[in-house]
Design a protein around this ligand. Sequence first.
Ligand code: ATP
Ligand code: MG
Length: 458
Amino acid sequence: MNSDAKTTDLRQVVAAVSAALTYPAVEELPGVFERQVQQLLSMRAVRLREIPARYQARLVTPTRTPESIVVGVPTADPGVQAVLEASFDRGRTLDERDFELLTAAAQLGGLVLEAARRWSPARPALPPGASPLVGSSPRMAALRDHVARVAQTDFTVLIEGESGTGKELVARQIHELSRRWKGPFVAVNCAAVVETLLEAELFGIEERTATGVRGRRGKFEYADGGTLFLDEVSDLALSAQAKLLRAIQDLAVERVGTTGTRRVNTRIVAATNRPLAGLVEGGLFRADLFYRLSGVDLYVPALRERREDIPELAAHFLEHHRATRPLALSDGALDALRVYDWPGNVRELERLIERAVALAGGHQIDLDDLPPQVRGQHRDVLVPSIAAGDSMRAWASRYARLVFERCGRNKKVAARQLEISYHTLDAYLRFTEAPRAVNRRLPRWVRPDEAPGRSSGE
Ligand SMILES: Nc1ncnc2c1ncn2[C@@H]1O[C@H](COP(=O)(O)OP(=O)(O)OP(=O)(O)O)[C@@H](O)[C@H]1O
Ligand SMILES: [Mg+2]
């Protein structure tokens, strides 16, 4: 083929992309571009996507496998790397023309991504009534920012984070803030569906009047025009992983009992509380599916990694129950919430507030109203000092000594952790004081009959 014919070919792609720019409501730009390139080169599927920073170093393009080729896409931002990926049937050979066209299309792809980013008609704010992602810590602010940015795109997103950190909430926000917000948000808990039924659940089943099998749509089809949320994706059986990979690659599903495929326009958001990279190493998760899902990753930090959000979240949940019972948290109770480790993360805090709203005796939630495991840590730290009538200085020196021991008796490291000077730390470490008599009335949670270890338990 001469170079004129090649230009004509690409001209069709350019024409379709500019038409989509003129009538933005019809289909998103990258989708139009992908479909055009796919038709032009007779590929099985073509995807244009960004690679997150942490995988960039590993990527060498063009990269080929027997069924796919990945070509680098130029981007305006040096921190962003993008690729054009084409998959084809095994056995097909790519000639020089295919390579040249793909490379030229990849150049155009950079422009398409940039244009899509600039005018994406996504939703600017959450709809009224949608649950907000509460938390002002820098990590939550960064997460909200990332959520808003990935919502502008149609890329597959993988959300990682411990149980109860808010992964589903993040997935819903991605949907609500995207241009798909009017479409459905369909959640599938991969861990809850029996392996044998999963395929029909995801991809649907074809009607077979002869055998009496009733046809139905799968979740992929239900989510057409919207977002499919695959929760606990790490629990998918290996056989289901293969089918999911195929569906994501081709954006088409094959109902159980048929051979024909149906195209679906579904954005995929997956979540896991077990890091997928580790499962890939252990052979429990397909590497190709992992790389397909983890194009864009979001990590939802554990609550103990952002303790400054605890008071705000507690206030948010209390506000939620204001109509049932208007309650406040005492300072002591709030301190206890701050030092607790929250293995169940935000969900545990939400349940704790519900429990307190149901059980608290007065108008505020006191330390005594908290479950023993939460109250315990706070009491273990404070009770000995209160019972001994420690001065502020004595208490601080006890704490300084503890941190010093934990830092391997390294004064420099301990001083940095305590945010005090080396000399102040030295002074605390040298400080000793005879215990003083306590003649105040102690709060109930410090009194001997309630002391740790002798608690009546709950
Ligand atoms: N930042 C937040 N602001 C407000 N509510 C939150 C926040 N994070 C989590 N929640 C609430 O905590 C509960 C648990 O969140 P979610 O179900 O999204 O967690 P998850 O990470 O999907 O948990 P799991 O891994 O167990 O499925 C939900 O009721 C959610 O609304
Ligand atoms: Mg969840």
